[in-house]
Every structure is written in C-alpha cells, then in structure tokens.
Design a protein around this ligand. Structure first.
Ligand SMILES: [Zn+2]
Length: 324
C-alpha cells in the first residue's frame, strides 16, 4: 500500500410501527410538526411538484429542487419521514434529486429499485446492452419476457411499475465522451454500476470536473466493494487515486469468472443507501473509505485511503481538470 492508494489483495479489482401507533405519530407530526415547526407557508393538500429552488448546494447537499409533498406522498414515504436524519426535509430533497445510474445490470438493478422506491425525482438509467437470459440470475430489474430488450428500457418499465411518480430517463447507449459528461453535469449524484475500467475512469473524470458525488460499487465471484467520492469536498480522493488508470490491474468480468447473485444485491443496495445519504444529508458517507465484503465468510473490512497529491485527475481539481 502506498499513501493515498490501496490495492486489494491479489491486485484483482472486481468489476463487474405498528399501524395505529404509526398513524397517531404521523398525524401529530403533520398537524403539529409541519404547521408549527415549519416556518414557511406549507400546504399539504393537493400541491405536488416543484415549488421553489433552494440553495441546498450551498449547504453541501445534493438536491437542486425543493418538492413539497401531498398527502399520498407523505404516506408513501412515511417510514423515511419518521427517521430523524431524513425527516420531511430530507425526503423532499430526495424527491427533488436527479441521479444518474451508469449500468442497469447486477448492481444497477437493486440500486435503481431502491432509489425509485425511495422517490428520487429523476433517474437516468444508462446501459448499452440488451437483456440476456444469463442476466436474470442477478439483474432483478429485468424479466424473462423482456429478454432481447434494451436494458435501459426494461429497467424503465420495471421502475414505472414500482413508482410511477419517478421520472426515468432511459439511455440505450454505452456512455462515453460528451454524452457522458453532459449527463453527469446535470446530475446531483452518480452511481457507477458498470463492469469495465474504461467507463469507470471516464465517469470519475467527469464527476471530478463537474464536482458531482460518485458512488462506486463492484462485485465479482464472492467479493464486493463500495466507496464514495464526494467531489463537493476539496479533500475527497477520486477513483483514480485509489485505482490509477493504466496500472496492470486484471479486469474481472462476471461473464467469465461468475458472480454470486445476492452479492450484487448487497453491493447495489449499499450504493443506493450511500446515494440517499448524500442527497438527504443524513449521516456520514463512505468518502475516504473502501468497504470490502467477502461473501464466503460474510466478513466486512473498511480501509481508509486519502487523496493522492500527484493524482493526474483530481490533484489540480481547483485549477483545472485533466480531460480527454
Ligand atoms: Zn484522484
């Protein structure tokens, strides 16, 4: 291990209440919590949608639009609202957020499902592949009757069934170049759920350039890992600090090495959790930590790493970013 860098062993980086109580608490919250504690005009009747832009970014939060929930939405997201670190304000940030998910496969499937069920306002789902029979063992966005369809479109159909309020933008191409940069620039948070190093590094460069937080996940065989790169912070390392591009690191693909199906669910769900924390402002993110899971022993390790002062991608992020 060198300062600011961590290489996993073997240098193989895997790519690839109860009812009545609740309603009583909820009613108290709505009629006392909202109207007494909320100092701004707040109608909870039929108003749904975008009310105002708030300077959340100035407070280090991700969501750009302030949503005010209607009655049905207050009920739908009540179990989030009951959580102090999220509450009404955090849930409204989630509903105003724009998230880009790169990859609608094993990791992208659970991540997209949890982000949609949690009410993320807009999800851009990008994947250039089509659904294959071999995907169905773990890629739970897709169904047997959609084999042959573009994964982004199959995923859009699944998310529409789960939560029709969420706007899902399907991108049926493998992201690269200006298209990738444009989609990242308009996102509040990016989830890297792809299966190849080229895309991982391209996503990292664009996220550094546009200062968009990146939640990176990988899983192969029985091994999984996840980390967060929060480029709203000047001290955040980037993906290249951790896994420098061009190093002789073996790329492992699920198609060749195999993958334990629930492992992608665990890592993808973790990515969704970190994204929702970044957006809502709840808790502490995994920035500067790499979380590793051995699925065979079910042991977790957390490894701290720092910013590489000589990193070709993020070292001069305040003065200008290397791009290609
Ligand atoms: Zn870096």
């Amino acid at each position: 291990m060198t300062q600011g860098r961590y290489y996993p062993e073997g240098a193989n980086f895997p790519d690839c209440l109860s009812g009545l109580f609740f309603f009583a608490a909820f009613s108290l919250f709505r009629f006392h919590g909202v109207f007494i504690l909320w100092p701004m005009p707040h109608r909870t009747g039929d108003i749904a949608g975008v009310i105002s832009r708030v300077p959340d970014t100035a407070r280090g939060l991700s969501s750009r639009l302030h949503i005010i929930m209607n009655d049905e939405q207050l009920l739908r997201y009540s179990r989030h609202i009951l959580l102090d670190p999220i509450g009404v304000e955090g849930q409204e940030r989630i509903m105003g957020a724009r998230v880009l998910i790169v990859g609608a496969g094993g990791l992208g499937s659970p991540a997209a499902l949890y982000l949609a069920s949690a009410g993320v306002g807009r999800i851009t789902l990008a994947d250039g592949d089509t659904v294959d029979l071999t995907n169905l063992q773990r890629q739970i966005l897709h169904t047997q009757d959609r084999v042959g369809q573009a994964k982004a479109l199959s995923g859009q159909a699944a998310l529409a069934c789960l939560n029709p309020e969420v706007v899902v933008v399907p991108v049926t191409e493998r992201l690269a170049g200006e298209r990738l940069a444009a989609l990242i620039a308009e996102a509040d948070t990016v989830l890297d759920c792809c299966d190849n190093f080229d895309t991982r590094h391209a996503v990292n460069r664009a996220c550094v350039k546009h200062r968009v937080p990146l939640v990176s996940g990988a899983a192969v065989r029985f091994s999984g890992q996840v980390s967060v790169f929060d480029f709203r912070r000047t001290d955040s390392p980037c993906y290249h600090c951790l896994f420098p591009e061009g190093k002789d690191v073996e790329e492992m693909r699920c198609a060749v090495t195999g993958i334990f199906a629930p492992l992608t669910g665990i890592i993808g769900a973790l990515q969704a959790a970190e994204a929702l924390k970044l957006i809502s402002g709840a808790g502490e993110s995994l920035t500067g930590r790499l979380l590793l899971l051995n699925g065979l022993t079910m042991e977790w390790r957390s490894v701290r790493f720092g910013k590489d002062p000589r990193c070709a991608v993020c070292a001069d992020s305040g003065k200008g970013i290397q791009s290609r």
